[in-house]
Design a protein around this ligand. Sequence first.
Ligand SMILES: [Zn+2]
Length: 110
Amino acid sequence: MISILREITQWDNPAIPNHEYHVTPGGKTIAYRKSGEGDLIHLKTPMRLDRRYRKFESIGSYTNEEAPKNVIYETGSGGNIYEVTPEGCTCIGFTFHKSCKHWKKHYSRV
Ligand SMILES: [Zn+2]
């Protein structure tokens, strides 16, 4: 389940924009939308969302089945989140071997 959070922090500097964050159950941002407008930007490396001194409101969520662009999120053994698509996986194993356990789990053709 991916949660969609909109930042509602009141900054001292009104020029600081608040974005929309797509966050995993583990608290890592996998995508964001600048100022809550335009295209969703997928992070190559999911980043922990620092919530200290900031406020967020939940504006929705989606499951893997509803994720955009056929993306499935797999959590690796080290806690990293990988994006798995029919084309491949973002883990380092796939980069080297053109295959990995995350990808095989969904797209293996035996
Ligand atoms: Zn992988």
